[in-house]
Write a protein that binds this ligand. Structure first.
Ligand code: FAQ
Length: 311
């Protein structure tokens, strides 16, 4: 009965074991996971757009092949995460509908424009770098299918991060114009990357409960700090400065201090008022509409096969 199931659920969480799709779980646990995993899946799919915009303008065949592979990986992550979400009882078509009608969120970071090819490198370095900091602990998330999806996704994100850094190293060793493009891209992406980790802990309504359920393992501020600490030495090695005059090592804390984050900007972008929100959703909606015939053909083909296999 329900009290027994509840006790078993709580024991599994306390023992740091995984909850699996067929296990009983509180409805609020299910709802919070559907929210987070759907949002994460939507981010991967919308996240194809900023870099995808440079596929036809990559500076060499090699860079084009690399970028194509990365953007395809993001599609794969999205599909993987939608599948994890389906194990919770969510319906894939319904999730897409909620994304294109603005009823479910996706990461704020993908609402900024990519103005030069250096942006591709900076997205790999900073955005994938932030994604890794946030996602490595999710490999130990209490929900089995989500945790397992994260393992493969993190491996691919690590490759993405390195390709971004390598691209920037190459550009920094190039012409003065190329170095200026890198500096400009870093200036534009730094603060939005820090915002990816979500609101500060004091204003994060979901953190306490998600941590008690071991869906999240660290708070937003803890992960943001970890990202800053990892990234500052990488910026030094690259030879770029980060656009924060207050950024400095604090020996007492053993961490870098950073300047104040513009939380109004994050709320605006989450509310739909960022530089590219309307464009991102319009593009996604058009792709969904244009793909209608493919979905219908695939379903018809599957139905025919099933009928043939039944005889
Ligand atoms: N953007 O109470 P909290 C990638 C929302 S990486 C938009 O702190 P929570 C890889 C939040 O949902 C990006 N909304 O919430 C890639 C909540 O709203 P709700 C995706 C945000 O869940 C790289 C409200 O604010 N990664 O795609 C943001 O405990 C390059 C209150 O916040 C993930 O999704 C934001 N930045 O913590 C792809 C990771 N921050 O739903 C392509 C998994 C917060 O209550 C190219 N997710 N909100 O109405 C998480 O770890 C968590 O969900 C957080 C938020 C940390 C994002």
């Amino acid at each position: 009965d329900e009290t027994e199931a509840q006790a078993r659920f709580e024991r599994l969480i306390a023992e740091d074991q995984r909850i699996e799709p067929r296990d009983w779980m509180p409805e609020a646990y299910r709802a919070t996971l559907i929210r987070q995993v759907a949002q994460h899946a939507h981010s991967e799919i919308i996240g194809m757009q900023p870099e995808g915009a440079w596929l036809t303008r990559a500076p060499s065949l090699r860079r084009k092949a690399i970028l194509l592979a990365k953007v395809q990986d993001e599609a794969g992550h999205g599909l993987y995460l939608y599948s994890a979400c389906e194990t919770l009882g969510a319906d894939r078509a319904d999730l897409t509908e909620k994304l294109v009608t603005g009823r479910q969120k996706y990461s704020s970071i993908f609402n900024y424009p990519t103005l030069s090819f250096a942006d591709v490198g900076v997205i790999g370095w900073l955005v994938d770098g932030a994604a890794i900091c946030n996602q490595v602990p999710l490999c130990r998330s209490s929900y089995g299918p989500y945790a397992r999806a994260m393992i493969r996704i993190c491996k691919e994100e690590s490759f993405h991060q390195r390709q971004g850094y390598e691209l920037l190293m190459t550009m920094m060793g190039g012409t003065e114009e190329q170095r200026a493009q890198v500096r400009d891209a870093v200036d534009r992406w730094w603060w939005p990357s820090l915002m990816m980790f979500g609101p500060p802990d004091a204003e994060s309504p979901n953190t306490a409960r998600s941590m008690a359920w071991r869906i999240k393992r660290h708070t937003n501020d803890e992960l943001r700090q970890r990202f800053v600490d990892i990234t500052v030495p990488q910026a030094e090695a690259l030879g770029v400065s980060l656009p924060d005059p207050d950024l400095r090592w604090n020996a007492e804390r053993g961490h870098y201090d950073h300047g104040p984050i513009d939380w109004d900007e994050l709320s605006r972008v989450i509310r739909g008022d960022g530089p590219c929100n309307a464009e991102r959703i319009a593009t996604r909606r058009a792709a969904h509409r244009d793909g209608e015939w493919v979905r219908r053909a695939a379903s018809a083909h599957a139905a025919k096969r099933a009928a043939r296999d039944a005889v």
